[in-house]
Write a protein of this length. Structure first.
Length: 499
């Protein structure tokens, strides 16, 4: 029975119930070939053009483990403070996959390559340690395209098309231990965990971890209980594909489950679908227990036994932890906690860092990436680094401002031109004729015209009313189509009227 009433507010829900969370994150590794065969993992190929007998599961085909994928798994495990298994093996996870022709997934079950770690995250100045249960290797399934319906889902579709290009791409699944934090911050902690994990994966260089491309996919498990009670029944919201949605999905599930329990209903252990447009989850399928998958050791693959020397060698390749890097950069840039949080939330830390390295000021880099570039990226529905402008371009715009060749208004037009694909900042300046007018001769003529056109304003300035200067500057800017150097124009006005 799943009786529900109107959903309570989040505050009302947590006034009675305690949420317990668990996050399962799948990371698509950036290897050149698949997990168990030599097929390309390149994105965007023609459907079913990157397949072979192994990833199609044809009889007689034998898999071989991708060494680079194992190396990436070990490095992820080390970065998550996990123990690395001295011996582990793959297993077959059996149930019907319409988009995996062999009808089992090669994964790891009771013997993962990495286990018992943690990742520290910070929310509102408080640090929370998220326990990592395991990080294990597996392969991705293919992709189903449901045709003929209004939603792109199987319900209402007339038929489905299957693309096996993704089948067999290496995945690392990272599973947390139960996350028990103060109820008020639970959704924010879920978001912060996925954010920090994404930054860590990117720092390791094992994946671009682009959620919008499915390279990092989050399943959010949520259950509620009364204080002091055992864990409640959990639901698993599948494939939440943005950081904002992780927080929203957890919030919604807390409210929904509170409504079900309070109305006398029972929570069903099931998968649920997240709907970005409505901010709601809907029921998927009843969630199987581990024994329902009929795991058994994969007979076609030898165990993986990384030597301690290899593990120690990989430990030496780990980058500076993202939290330490952020602290160092924040100190270097002189940002407040709020400013740094804005940069982190925008996913712009690396972009600002690269722009500063190219010669820009930290404040200027932040202004453009979180301002004009973010606006265009949001309009296009793309990530900042896909907006169409490079850190070097942003640094060049800042340099043109510093040289006095552009003001902020003209600089925005230059950025707009670069984002529109019109070329480099210098090419946009030349093509659009956006050079700042600061030559005394040309600017002086515009000043004289403005004074002559508004003698009453000029008289006020002569009388000591400097606030009236703005009216003349406005006229000059209009006459020069915004290309006048406002500072120099003001100086020329005062030279003429107060001498």
């Amino acid at each position: 029975m799943t009786v529900t009433t109107a959903l309570p507010s989040f505050d009302e829900a947590i006034a009675t119930y305690e949420p317990v969370m668990g996050m399962e994150v799948h990371v698509e590794l950036g290897t050149a070939t698949k997990m168990f065969c030599g097929c390309s993992t390149a994105f965007g190929g023609e459907p079913n053009s990157q397949v072979c007998p192994v990833c199609l599961g044809l009889p007689g085909s034998l898999p071989v483990v991708n060494r680079t994928a194992v190396e990436s798994a070990i490095r992820i495990g080390l970065a998550l403070n996990c123990s690395i298994a001295e011996w582990c093996r793959f297993a077959r996870k059996n149930y019907f996959y319409p988009d995996m022709p062999k009808n089992f997934q090669t994964s790891q079950y009771d013997e993962p390559i990495a286990f018992d770690g943690y990742l520290d995250i910070t929310v509102d100045g408080e640090t929370y340690r998220i326990g990592i249960e395991r990080a294990h290797m597996e392969e991705d399934t293919g992709k189903s395209l449901h045709v003929g319906g209004a939603t792109g889902r199987i319900h209402g579709a007339s038929h489905s098309l299957l693309d096996y290009n993704r089948s067999g791409i290496p995945l690392i699944e990272i599973v947390t231990k139960p996350i028990e934090v103060p109820a008020a911050v639970a959704p924010a902690v879920a978001r912060a965990y996925v954010t920090e994990l994404r930054e860590l994966i990117r720092a390791l260089g094992v994946s671009e971890a682009r959620m919008e491309l499915g390279q990092l996919r989050c399943d959010a498990n949520v259950s509620l209980r009364l204080p002091g009670d055992p864990y409640g029944t959990r639901t698993e919201t599948k494939n939440v594909n943005s950081l904002r949605s992780v927080e929203r999905a957890v919030t919604y599930e807390i409210r929904r489950q509170a409504a079900v329990i309070s109305s006398g209903g029972t929570i069903v252990q099931e998968t649920r679908h997240w709907h970005e447009d409505t901010g709601e989850t809907t029921a998927g399928r009843v969630k199987e227990e581990a024994e329902d998958y009929r795991y058994f050791p994969e007979p076609d693959l030898v165990p993986v036994a990384p030597s301690r020397e290899w593990v120690d060698e990989l430990r030496g390749t780990l980058p500076e932890p993202p939290s330490e890097r952020r602290a160092r950069l924040q100190a270097d840039w002189g940002f407040t906690d709020l400013e740094m949080r804005d940069v982190v939330n925008a996913g712009a830390v690396a972009l600002v860092d690269a722009t500063v390295a190219a010669g820009a000021s930290a404040g200027g880099a932040k202004k453009w990436w979180l301002g004009e570039v973010a606006r265009v990226a949001n309009e296009r529905g793309v990530a900042l680094d896909d907006a169409g402008i490079a850190p070097g371009d942003v640094a060049r715009v800042e340099a043109l401002i510093a040289e006095g060749a552009l003001n902020d208004k003209l600089a925005r037009q230059v950025v707009e031109g670069v984002l529109a694909g019109e070329g480099t900042p210098d090419e946009v300046v030349a093509a659009r004729g956006l050079v700042l007018v600061n030559d005394d001769a040309a600017l002086g003529a515009a000043v004289d015209e403005a004074i002559a056109a508004q003698p009453d304003v000029a008289e006020k300035i002569r009388g000591g009313n400097l606030g009236a200067v703005g009216a003349l500057i406005g006229a000059i800017m209009k006459a020069t189509k915004g290309q006048a150097d406002a500072k120099r124009a003001r100086e020329l006005i005062l030279e003429r009227l107060q001498s």
